[in-house]
Design a protein around this ligand. Structure first.
Ligand SMILES: Cc1cc2nc3c(=O)[nH]c(=O)nc-3n(C[C@H](O)[C@H](O)[C@H](O)COP(=O)(O)O)c2cc1C
Length: 349
């Protein structure tokens, strides 16, 4: 059930597959005899420098992959100086995440239509030191994800006979999760009210963007954009960055490959505007391709949770090291010493 929640996507999963296939089919142009002895993976990000060219996209209920997953991600963010997303639907409170991340966390807001609840979350985020707010706009309704539905995945858990059998078949996961307490929507409960991850957010419109811009003085990122027209309009509201994303194929199965829309959006917003990218990146060369298609920074989702599920915090560190090595080797093959030198010219059409 947990694997189907993490790995699952909208419909038959073709949109999610197409994201990865499209990235895989991009070819990069090797160049030779440039001195590439000294390579750097640092990338400028909101006036600072991210230690690695990839960050952690916000994900709800990460502790389902293993107990303590949110804090493992936060510690990775702290040690590498990269951003980790603290989701509205996180299984660890936004206060605990930013502390463990030593400030390297971005708060991700789902606007539920309940302005009081959103204001309360913004106040909490501000109070504990978040400087970057990510508003996710591609979930007017939660996408239909049959693998979740078939498993009866609900938060909080509803444990019927099929779920009980499923847990019994995965004793290591079940016992460790039981021992550490079952994951909850940690930003809610008690005085903070209840959150329904499947609730409709269909009432949000452009006026929300204006209100949020007025309320949030820090960096404001709009996540989940696939249209060049939308991107231009968002930019005109004084938004600091756009995260091009198809939510990892979890929302609209028939959406175009997000990486192709990244290139179109880059053309529409000009070369200087900060554009972040996530969806379908699985290796170091994929990350380099996203920069070549126009990203100013990139983030990954599922691979982090798979690494934790497979190998805990050590697995996560190993995956980070592997990705960094792959990127560095790819830079050498392309004849450049840093990510900022990657550009569209390096793609072979
Ligand atoms: C298990 C899971 C939970 C997610 N929860 C959120 C969320 O709470 N908020 C959000 O903005 N995006 C959420 N996302 C989307 C990710 O931020 C990101 O867009 C996506 O995972 C990137 O694609 P990738 O998994 O192919 O790297 C979630 C993704 C997954 C896999």
């Amino acid at each position: 059930m947990v694997f189907d929640y993490i790995d699952g996507a909208a419909g038959e999963g073709y949109g999610e597959l197409l994201n990865r296939e499209t990235i895989r089919n991009i070819r990069l142009q090797p160049r030779v005899l440039n001195n590439v002895e000294h390579r750097s993976l640092e990338v400028p990000l909101f006036g600072n420098s991210a230690g690695l060219p990839f960050g952690i996209s916000p994900m709800g209920m990460c502790n389902l992959s293993a107990p303590g997953a949110d804090l493992m991600l936060a510690r990775l963010a702290a040690s590498e100086n990269i951003p980790t997303g603290a989701s509205t639907a996180a299984s660890t409170s936004l206060e605990d995440i930013i502390e463990a991340a030593s400030g390297n966390a971005w708060f991700q807001l789902y606007f539920s239509g309940n302005e009081t609840m959103s204001d309360q979350l913004l106040d909490r985020a501000r109070a504990c030191g978040y400087q970057t707010l990510v508003l996710t706009v591609d979930v007017p309704e939660v996408g239909r994800r049959p693998r979740e539905l078939r498993r009866g995945f609900k938060m909080p858990f509803k444990i019927g006979v099929p779920q009980f059998i499923d847990f019994a078949c995965h004793p290591v996961w079940s016992l460790t999760t039981l021992a550490k307490g079952r994951p909850e929507l940690a930003n809610f409960g008690g005085k903070f009210g209840e959150f329904d991850r499947t609730a409709s957010r269909a009432g949000a419109d452009w006026s929300l963007l204006q209100r949020l811009r007025d309320k949030w003085q820090g960096n404001l990122v709009i996540k989940g954009v696939l249209s060049a027209d939308d991107a231009q309009r968002i930019k005109s509201y004084g938004i600091d960055a756009i995260q091009v994303s198809s939510h990892g194929g979890r929302q609209l199965e028939s959406a175009p490959p997000a990486i192709e829309m990244l290139a179109k959006i880059r053309q529409a917003v000009g070369s200087e505007y900060p554009l972040f990218y996530d969806s379908g990146l699985r290796g170091g060369e994929d990350i380099v391709k996203a920069y070549a298609m126009g990203a100013s920074y990139v983030l990954l989702g599922r691979p982090f949770l798979f690494a934790i599920a497979a190998g805990g915090e050590q697995g996560l560190t190993e995956m980070k090291t592997l990705l960094a090595q792959e990127i560095s080797i790819a830079l050498a093959q392309l004849g450049v010493c840093d990510i900022q030198s990657i550009d569209r010219e390096m793609i072979v059409l």
